[in-house]
Design a protein around this ligand. Structure first.
Ligand SMILES: CCCCC/C=C/CC(=O)SCCNC(=O)CCNC(=O)[C@H](O)C(C)(C)COP(=O)(O)OP(=O)(O)OC[C@H]1O[C@@H](n2cnc3c(N)ncnc32)[C@H](O)[C@@H]1OP(=O)(O)O
Length: 398
């Protein structure tokens, strides 16, 4: 289990050696000597060290807001006002810390120390006594974040991160591409994408934006654009029928990609949401082309620009979904139908699909390239950065 002190220590370390480049000589909090008991009315250096020790014993994560406040107060108490250059806006973690520290302005070191000690003491009073760390639950990641199975001439690729609503990590994008490459060559007739648990998929994992490489945010945006382009290209070029078994809510890229599928079967629990406006993003997955073509420009605009969430029935009425099934019989009905389809003559299936797809393929590649170029810019924008920071800080991920 990660303790609070490890988290704060991690923050301090990342601040010291992160994207800012120059080491800042901030002591790791865990390296401080420990003393117990506050005796004076004004907090002493010893009280501060004692408070740091108490933080180490906290069992519960107090949340991002408190962590940032503690970080800022600690820095102010030990180093005084922040005089570091403002980190790049895409450097989310360091920017949040810089903002928190800078917000303390010229608060005297003594006052910062006192505030730190008081904050820790008020939070400690409310927290539980420490207990030994528990080992991680067995099987939490059973099967990995992506599970690929092949049975009865159907290859199934399952998003398997139910605790994270099946958000897609960078590794999952790569693994999906590998799985599609393998499925294009195996003896399956159909390839299915589905999700394990309550969600089909909550789209791109928003923490994918937080690890900034040495080349900075621009490099991150460039490599993400390359990965996204290759990823979507795999769907455009996939030679067999693609089926989405949408078992629950779908968000972001898991929705836009549906325009490249041949069949989309949805549970009546599923919803379809592309919150690009609120996230400061623009469409991907060729949806800027496939959605207007499928549902008309105005309905597509409502989804892709203004982020209107569709129910499964609405998505079906717009042509995004092939058929909606009651959740209680969804799996049974869909898989029975798919197994029946695998009995069709495979070469005829493949030929029909190729004839239907070949005409639009070049256009789809051009659309994909254009969308990825636009997104590369979007990812570097203040609008997008602020939206990602809002999401991550609400969930204590910074
Ligand atoms: C190579 C780069 C390619 C980039 C391609 C670009 C794609 C664009 C998109 O896909 S945009 C869409 C991005 N997705 C979202 O904006 C969804 C964000 N998530 C949410 O809004 C909500 O989590 C929810 C509505 C999906 C579910 O809400 P609910 O309240 O039911 O559950 P929680 O929020 O508590 O979620 C449970 C845990 O799952 C984590 N999580 C969910 N979605 C994501 C995500 N997309 N990225 C990262 N993490 C996600 C959430 O943080 C919770 O984790 P925790 O339990 O550890 O706190």
């Amino acid at each position: 289990m990660t303790t609070m002190a490890q988290v704060i220590c991690g923050l301090a370390r990342r601040w010291c050696f992160g994207a800012l480049g120059s080491p800042l000589q901030v002591p790791c909090l865990q390296a401080l000597p420990l003393h117990l008991g506050r005796t004076a009315t004004r907090a002493s250096q010893r009280d501060l060290e004692n408070a740091v020790h108490q933080v180490k014993l906290w069992k519960k994560d107090p949340g991002n807001e408190v962590k940032l406040k503690l970080y800022a107060l600690y820095k102010q108490a030990t180093e005084g006002p922040c005089n570091l250059p403002k980190p790049d806006m895409m450097d989310l973690v360091n920017k949040a810390k810089w903002d928190a520290w800078s917000a303390l302005g010229s608060l005297p070191k003594e006052t910062a120390r006192e505030n730190y000690v008081d904050l820790v003491s008020s939070l400690s009073a409310a927290s539980e006594p420490p207990s030994p760390a528990k080992p991680a639950a067995d099987g939490e990641q059973a099967g990995g974040d992506l599970v690929v199975t092949s049975e009865n001439h159907i290859t199934t690729i399952t998003f398997n991160r139910p605790a994270k609503k099946n958000a897609i990590t960078t590794k999952m994008y790569q693994d999906i591409m590998l799985a599609l490459q393998a499925a294009s060559k195996d003896d399956s007739v159909l390839t299915v994408l589905t999700g394990n648990g309550e969600y089909y998929c909550s789209g791109n994992d928003l923490t994918n934006f937080t690890d900034i490489p040495p080349g900075g945010p621009e490099e991150k945006a460039r490599t993400n654009a390359i990965l996204l382009r290759e990823f979507v290209d795999c769907f455009i070029d996939f030679p067999k029928p693609l089926v989405a078994v949408v078992n629950g809510p779908a968000v972001g890229i898991s929705v836009t990609l549906l325009g490249l599928f041949d069949l989309v079967y949805a549970s009546d629990r599923a919803t379809f949401h592309t919150p690009f406006g609120p996230l400061g993003l623009s469409p991907e997955g060729c949806s800027s082309y496939t959605f207007p073509k499928m549902m008309g420009p105005s309905k597509a605009a409502e989804m892709l620009i203004f982020g209107r969430k569709l129910t499964a029935q609405e998505a079906c009425a717009q042509g995004l979904v092939t058929e909606v099934f009651p959740d209680s019989t969804f799996q049974k009905e869909v898989w029975t139908r798919l197994r029946a389809y695998t009995k069709l003559p495979p070469n005829a299936v493949r030929t029909s699909r190729e004839v239907m797809r070949s005409k639009g393929r070049e256009r789809l590649h051009a659309v994909n390239a254009e969308e990825c170029g636009a997104l590369q810019q979007r990812w570097l924008s203040e609008e997008c950065t602020s939206a990602v920071v809002r999401f991550l800080s609400r969930r204590g991920k910074l």
